[in-house]
Design a protein around this ligand. Sequence first.
Ligand code: G6P
Length: 614
Amino acid sequence: MCGIVGYLGDRQAYEILIKGLKRLEYRGYDSAGVAMIRNGNFSLFKCKGKVSDLEETVGMSDHSGNIGMGHTRWATHGPPNDINAHPHLSNDGSLVLIHNGIIENYAPLKAELINRGHEFKSDTDTEVLVHFIEDIRDKTGANLFEAVRIALSEVIGAYAIVVMDKSNPQQLIAARKSSPLVIGVGKDNEFFVASDATPIIEYTRNVVYLEDEEIAKLDRTEGMKIVTISNQHKTPYIQELEMKLEAIEKGGYDSFMLKEIHEQPRSIMDSIRGRMNVGTGSVRMSGVDDHADRWRNASRILIVACGTSWHAGLVAEYLLEEFARIPVEVEYASEFRYRNPVIMPSDVVIAISQSGETADTLAAIELAKDKGAFIFGVCNVVGSSIARATHSGAYTHAGPEIGVASTKAFTAQVSVLYLLALSVAVHRGVMKGERLNRLMVEMNSIPDKIAEVLKTNDAVKAIAEQYKDSTNALYLGRGYTFPVALEGALKLKEISYIHAEGYPAAEMKHGPIALIDEAMPVFVIATHGASYEKVVSNIQEVKARKGKIISIVTEGDKIVKELSDYAIEIPKCDDSLVPLIAVVPLQLLSYHVAVMRGCNVDQPRNLAKSVTVE
Ligand code: G6P
């Protein structure tokens, strides 16, 4: 959601900005723009559409300059069009600004500025902010750095911004609150700014993650200076990035999503590596071990998350209740934060987020923290806002996920939550010995089993061919496979735009059964396990109404296969681990259907990878 890139140095800014914006395309956006300073003037280009449309807009125009900013906008205030695209100019055109986030009090600020003679061109809250900064600079005589600080102290909302003044091609100002911003530090006062590290890593590994309410002045002669909104000086903490460039490139695959689906045997291994020792029968999760009392004495566990991460939370609910015998509630973060929930100091809250930046999840954490609960984060992005806001946690180590529809991040989350459930169960004294060991051995075998499942790709593609023109689809599961049904349906609707619903198989008869006819594909996860016979009955109910059955079954299955129009076999495993492997054919299915329908699988319409607004 909104991507920011900035550059200041000896190189040509435009090339770096465009390449950086392309690296950030995965975040989701609907318009793009750049601004450079050349001979004391801005060269500013922006348009609705993709970064490639922006390149066409720039065409042969002069785009030289050693300082500049680039932006991809995900519309909030006003439709995606050329005028609302960023960057935005101040009233006198001396300042230019890009912004990710929402300025909540933009309306009264705008009214006041209009009274003072300002004229606005766009519908955006962002344009109000740059006018406001100019107004403060002109009223107080402050320099830009100070004017930005004063302006931000009066702003309510979330932001990551970059600002520059056309009369000073030596300086960029960057600031953040609740929206991420990273500064890359090159040699001889060369600086890069970006929403995440992906546009920066090919130039430098040294980065500074700005904290909330920090403002950075990046200056070719003076270097970097950071102050807080309350005007306290901060010493920049430069860290070295470990991310590899290959991790953010397609590596021979047609899309990031396909690459990420195929990475799962490795990414799951990375998620569990070093965290369990089958030989000694021990699970090591430092975020649990270091706070053992909180977990032992927890009266309940609350899980907050959004989207696919919420589905991983549902799997965790089943795991924690089964293994650790502790009550669990799973909440959409956006509902939780606004419904005055009962939160007790004895609660443990698990916040799950791939990006670690989801605004609603972050707000839910702050709410629970205020009430004294202990917060444990499960994040993929190292150093992200949620990782920093929690008391402890576990990284999923899945590597960068670029496809908007989450795949490897989901299986990595479930893997980490699996070990977490085992670890909590051990600490609470309700799991040990042979059962613990057997489950760890089974968990260890999951990467190989997923490698097996990936071999069903051609069979899944043939099924996709049959159902690619459907207008609706139903996904059914029970017990551990119910969250998989939800996730399968979400994947299909996200990237192929086919309406799909996930349902608990037994609940079908209370509504969705009315939709079933010969045109309705029903995807059923019917693996061997506790609910197998029950699911067979549910399949019969669909068959009786002429629905098409596409099943995910355990290898060697006969009964469901016979009832199915198509069946995909997956390796045998403990019930509790089925979500990890059963989801893979459903990811592949959505992928193939979307490709066959001509959809952009990596950047589906209207969606954002990192949802930094509520
Ligand atoms: C967006 C993404 C989803 C993701 C959800 C939660 O909607 O498109 O793929 O599951 O946000 O994101 P998080 O980063 O918190 O897991």
